[in-house]
Ligand binder design. Structure first.
Ligand SMILES: [Zn+2]
Length: 400
């Protein structure tokens, strides 16, 4: 029988799967499976709307909590095989991206995320960017550039459009200036301690109230080789100082780092932080859909604020957050793998015991095998723990 509780169960399930906002049409589809007749639609829609009013304002965590209590009411609890349809694909093709850091080569974890994005691009048509994040000169492993490019090409049969962020610095500067001009960003010269102290009290630092002209002068001084030194000035986004999460308050967009960059040398001293570079690139590349780890939820919020400040809110992509696949007995950190290689514990990045793309390729795995695995696993926000043995048993089956 379809009662208010059943509607709520499906609405919560739908909301959790769609970024916290349930959609009437999806809930109707589920209710048909519960026995709803076409003639009953008119009567039930107001009831659904009433439920949506209640749940769409809840945080995802709260939705999950409530869903936990109601999920027994759901008949078709098993998720179907294959990936769900993406919304907003009627007019636009799917333009999506994968953004590995230049700190190491691609691992199995990366491959699975690439798979989700790539499968959608294959299904709907569109573009797939691999954007190498290298705007933190302290965190770059130079050989990673070549490795990421080579492995991305292999995995995507050359479909990946490869972009290196440090070659787009002028663009990030342009947007930083735009934000200053819109009074949405300012240059803070306070010590990190002082800024933090004020921020925790939800108070502005003295720099926040400087006018546009003064901020543009400071920006010049930031860029100028003889201007501010490392640690003396930070470009900050003007967010809401009352935000309940202190890390969201006036978060940084760019900073000075004089470490020599492996590709750019000493050409630049001001480096964008990920929220600025990611937003600029997503806007410029007209990204339509993003599938990313749920650990990026706060960053997604920050990036949405920047879109809004730039008047690009309508262009903001559809985002799906995914849980991680944790391997009980496999190390995925490239930093740790690198240390072990340097200590002679492994022969190199292609050592068959390492879960790197280059090693998996050498072992005979084919991209199609991974994609079948990804398709079967589907999209889920729930973290999963798996052992190496269980994982490779399934992968081997697909790789035949
Ligand atoms: Zn300040």
């Amino acid at each position: 029988m379809i009662n208010q509780k059943t509607i709520k169960a499906y609405a919560l399930k739908n909301a959790i799967e769609h970024n916290g906002k349930a959609v009437v049409g999806n809930i109707l589809n589920s209710l048909f499976k519960e026995g709803l007749k076409k003639t009953g639609i008119k009567k039930i829609i107001p009831e659904i709307n009433q439920v949506l009013k209640q749940i769409n304002t809840l945080s995802i965590d709260e939705q999950k909590k409530q869903f936990n209590d109601l999920q027994k009411l759901i008949k078709h609890r098993k998720t179907r095989q294959g990936l769900p349809e993406l919304p907003n694909t009627k007019k636009a093709k799917v333009i999506t991206r994968f953004a590995p850091s230049a700190s190491g080569p691609l691992t199995l974890g990366h491959i699975l995320t690439i798979g989700l994005n790539l499968l959608y691009v294959k299904k709907y048509g569109g573009k797939f960017y691999v954007r190498i994040e290298d705007t933190n000169p302290d965190n770059i492993y130079k050989p990673a550039y070549k490795m990421i490019q080579k492995e991305s090409k292999w995995l995507t049969s050359n479909k990946a459009i490869i972009v290196i962020q440090s070659k787009r610095m002028i663009l990030y500067y342009k947007y930083a200036e735009k934000l200053i001009n819109k009074n949405s960003a300012y240059i803070c010269t306070c010590s990190p301690e002082k800024f933090k102290e004020l921020s925790l009290k939800k108070k502005p630092c003295p720099c926040r109230n400087l006018n546009k002209k003064e901020n543009l002068q400071r920006w010049k001084k930031m860029l100028d080789k003889k201007g501010y030194g490392q640690g003396q000035a930070v470009l900050r986004f003007k967010s809401n100082l009352q935000d309940k999460n202190p890390a969201m308050r006036d978060f940084p967009l760019a900073r000075i780092n004089i470490t020599k960059h492996p590709l750019q040398g000493n050409k630049y001293k001001v480096w964008p932080l990920m929220n600025l570079s990611v937003t600029v690139d997503d806007i410029e590349m007209k990204i339509t859909h993003i599938i990313r780890g749920k650990d990026h939820r706060d960053n997604a919020k920050r990036q949405k604020l920047i879109y809004k400040a730039l008047g690009k809110e309508k262009q903001y992509p559809w985002i799906s957050f995914i849980g991680r696949l944790h391997f009980k007995d496999l190390e995925m950190s490239t930093t740790k793998m690198r240390q072990a290689i340097e200590q002679g514990k492994y022969a190199g990045w292609d050592d068959p015991r390492l879960p790197t793309a280059t090693s998996l390729k050498k072992r005979g795995y084919k991209p199609e095998g991974f994609w079948k695995f990804v398709e079967q696993k589907g999209i889920s926000e729930v973290d999963k723990v798996i052992s190496q043995k269980d994982f490779f048993e399934v992968l081997d089956m697909f790789n035949k």
